[in-house]
Design a protein. Structure first.
Length: 119
């Protein structure tokens, strides 16, 4: 699940990819489209876990995953050490496990687990 960007098309060529509706920021119609996409995808694939590193498409997938009792893992981005990202704040109530990459981020998320830099 990603956005249909030029990078995504070139890097994921030949992969099984589903593209989300974009833009997501303050776009209610695309939020609803992505929620329907989440219901369709998660019901048909029944993944063991839903993992996200953010972006606006995460929220509908985390909400639907919670409703379907599918665990969710949110990995906070590496470049936000002082404040939480908007997507992380919105997804937090639906997140089973919050992972952070730097010790400084632990104070931002109660109960988060430090996993270290992923890149």
């Amino acid at each position: 699940m990603t956005f249909p960007t030029q990078d995504a098309h070139s890097l994921l060529d030949g992969e099984n990819v589903v593209y989300a509706h974009y833009p997501t920021t303050r776009n209610i119609p695309n939020l609803l489209r992505n929620a329907l996409l989440a219901v369709k995808m998660l019901r048909s694939t029944r993944p063991d876990v839903v993992i996200s590193t953010g972006a606006g498409v995460a929220l509908p997938f985390f909400v639907v995953a919670r409703l379907l009792r599918i665990p969710t893992v949110y990995v906070e981005v590496y470049d936000r050490l002082e404040t939480r990202t908007l997507t992380a704040r919105l997804c937090a109530p639906f997140t089973s496990r919050m992972l952070v990459q730097f010790e400084e981020q632990l104070r931002l998320y109660k109960g988060a687990k430090l996993v270290g830099p992923l890149l």
